[in-house]
Design a protein around this ligand. Structure first.
Ligand code: AMP
Ligand code: MG
Length: 509
């Protein structure tokens, strides 16, 4: 039974000093966008992890976490007073094919809360069936929920826009995937979870009135700079599309330069706010392989690492097509989408230059970047370790002077020493008169020591499946600060073990 009655004289959950007060921003659009949907209880639930650090950003105090009602509500076993859970409808293109209506098949939004970091939608993922579950069970397994929980926070730690993860609960409820697993409920938090697919949905059913209301609502609440201009909707839509193109370009540049593969870049997994959204078969590259496919269900390699930027552009076109009817003319829509074509290479070059520690742009940089990426791919060099060692070499040269030993750790990564030494010489020449101490320090702040490699997640999952959640908490704390040294965790920054390459991550979650 779902518990819905409470002693209202005693607030059961708190933002610091006050009870949770659910407000209604975008959700006030109501039907047909959001359908009231109660979570389904999952039986005796327990915490897997509480992200208290993020809780603090939201203004949640310790009393929140210690309140038994928080576990009940965040596992879907109860609903807080004032919260009116909803599921939303969207459609989308999956693997390049129109998939029709999808919707929140296993997520319910509890409502929106005003917090110190702005109004935030709290969503339970895996809390049972919704009107949009189709043939699914509405559940998420512990394995995939740990991956999403950790990766959301790892991406945030890397400075990459993402939905956040507040808590993870689980129970013994069996869930059938390839084998029988157990259920978990992830609390994820974002200003909103609106996807390209939401717009595609209302365009596809020819409901232009709802499409207008959605675009207007999203701009009004999440794009205040555009809203302030008080443009007619046709023009506001174009400006908004430009902004989404720009943000998506920035996001792709960040993914590419940290070696992040999303794995399922369907239009229903693309955020209208430019956030990384829906972590499924994602992977951070181990060895640098531009053709790497992280999703074992992606037989064609549609979402291979190097294809992500083109796919994002393709997805933006789907969004553009959906809202084009509001604009009337095609040309302004195309222009808005074309922002991506200049914004992406610009953002990408800027990020690579930052990783190389280059303080100003130079015409020959593109060649320097291309050639080092070729070396990495030819030698199957570990991506994260390379950039970290390069940063350390620059920092060490500042202390030791131009001695060989400063460069040994990064040189050792390459079998083809001649090719490497040639690049190294050109790179040092390019650094020129830059202060190497400052440059090295800056590089250590953009080239992480720690990323959520598959095998790290896998080890935490295996322990969690045996009831030990300590490694989930350890990784959460570590990945919040991926640029710091954390000497006690240095073993988690090493090369992946041989078995890492045999981890098969599919869409099954
Ligand atoms: P995804 O591949 O996780 O982005 O999911 C694609 C669509 O399938 C979304 O509409 C999800 O809500 C839905 N979905 C995925 N898994 C389930 C499930 N176990 N139960 C119901 N719907 C699901
Ligand atoms: Mg999805």
């Amino acid at each position: 039974m779902l518990e819905t009655s409470f002693d209202t004289n005693k607030p059961s959950a708190h933002l610091v000093g006050k009870p949770l007060t659910w407000s209604c921003g975008l959700h006030s659009l109501g039907e047909p966008f959001f359908t009231p949907t109660l979570p389904t209880p999952m039986g005796d639930a327990h915490w897997v992890s509480q992200n208290r650090a993020f809780g603090q950003e939201l203004g949640l105090d310790d009393a929140f976490w210690d309140d038994p009602m928080s576990l009940l509500a965040l596992s879907g076993n109860a609903v807080w007073p004032g919260s009116q859970p909803v599921a939303s409808v969207y459609s989308g293109h999956q693997f390049g094919v129109w998939a029709g209506q999808l919707g929140d098949g296993r997520a319910v939004s509890l409502g929106e809360l005003d917090t110190p970091i702005g109004r935030q939608d709290w969503q339970l993922k895996g809390a049972g069936p919704t009107p949009y579950s189709r043939r699914g069970d509405g559940r998420a397994v512990l394995r995939s929920s740990i991956r999403e929980y950790l990766c959301s926070e790892a991406m945030h730690g890397l400075g990459i826009p993402t939905t956040r993860a507040l808590a993870l609960c689980a129970s013994k409820l069996p869930v059938w995937r390839e084998t029988v697993e157990t259920a978990a409920v992830l609390t994820r938090v974002a200003p909103c979870f609106i996807r390209f697919g939401h717009f595609e949905h209302f365009a596809s059913v020819g409901d232009s009135d709802s499409l207008q209301r959605l675009v207007h609502g999203v701009i009004a609440q999440f794009f205040p700079d555009i809203a302030l201009q008080q443009l007619p909707l046709e023009q506001a839509t174009v400006v908004w599309l430009k902004t989404v193109s720009q943000r998506t370009a920035e996001l792709m540049a960040q993914w590419q330069t940290v070696g992040f593969c999303h794995g399922v870049m369907n239009t229903d997994n693309m955020s209208a706010l430019g956030l990384t959204l829906d972590y499924g078969p994602f992977q951070f590259l181990d060895a640098y392989d531009p053709e790497h496919i992280c999703n074992h269900s992606d037989h064609q390699g549609r979402y291979a690492y190097q294809r992500q930027p083109q796919v994002a552009f393709w997805n933006l076109f789907c969004l553009g097509q959906a809202v084009a009817t509001l604009v009337g003319e095609t040309e302004p829509v195309l222009q808005a989408l074309n922002v991506y074509k200049t914004a992406y290479p610009h953002a990408l070059q800027a990020r690579w230059r930052q990783k190389l520690g280059l303080s100003a742009a130079h015409g020959a940089d593109a060649e320097l970047i291309d050639s080092v990426l070729h070396l990495l791919s030819d030698g199957a060099v570990d991506f994260t370790i390379f950039w970290r060692r390069l940063s350390q070499s620059v920092a060490a040269s500042a202390e030791m002077g131009p001695v060989e030993t400063a460069w040994t750790p990064v040189r050792d990564l390459f079998l083809d020493q001649r090719a490497w030494l040639d690049w190294e010489r050109r790179y040092i020449h390019r650094l020129g008169t830059q202060d190497l101490g400052t440059t090295g320090a800056a590089m250590l702040h953009v080239n992480p020591k720690y990323v959520l490699r598959n095998h790290l997640g896998e080890t935490a999952i295996q322990q969690a499946q045996l009831g030990d959640f300590s490694q989930v908490d350890n990784l959460l704390a570590l990945l919040r600060h991926p640029f710091d040294e954390h000497p006690e965790s240095a073993h988690l920054a090493g090369f992946p073990p041989d078995w890492a390459s045999s981890i098969a991550i599919s869409c099954s979650s």
